[in-house]
Design a protein. Sequence first.
Length: 180
Amino acid sequence: MSKLILIKHAKPQVLADIPSDQWQLGPEGRAACLPLAERLRSHAPQSIFTSIEPKAKETAEIIGQSLAIPVKTAGDLHEHDRSNEPHMDTREFISLMALLFKEPGRQVLGLESADQAYNRFSASVDRILAEQSGDVAIVSHGTVIALFAQRRAGKEGFAIWRAMAQPSFIVLDRGTWQVI
């Protein structure tokens, strides 16, 4: 049984005047990557791919270095595109995210609908898996990971999104898409 390990990046340093797709890890996030790598060790990923966003790349690089696995950047693994949105308070953001999952075909937040983000992300994951055998780790972002788990594993996407810590991961069987 080959596995797909979807990893949500570690905690970034939030800077309200900088778009979230440009945030880097903060000290707490960097410190959390080594314990994360140790938890991932038992899943023995043979390859690690990452989103182009700095917080995901930094997370992947620390994990890769700790596990002695090379890291490759892949296109279209980035987060649901909210680059046009200003920083907003937590309650407003969570409400809009609930609507994003409830109405996936509608563009309710940012520049993509949930359907568009899922289609982009899943096509990239499928390309990676077609080229890689064995256990593959992908460091990415909460919304696209939750959308993927919702549609491939039949899980409730918004609940997954709410439950995911920074960092966290979900392991899927590549053949059945069942959560391991």
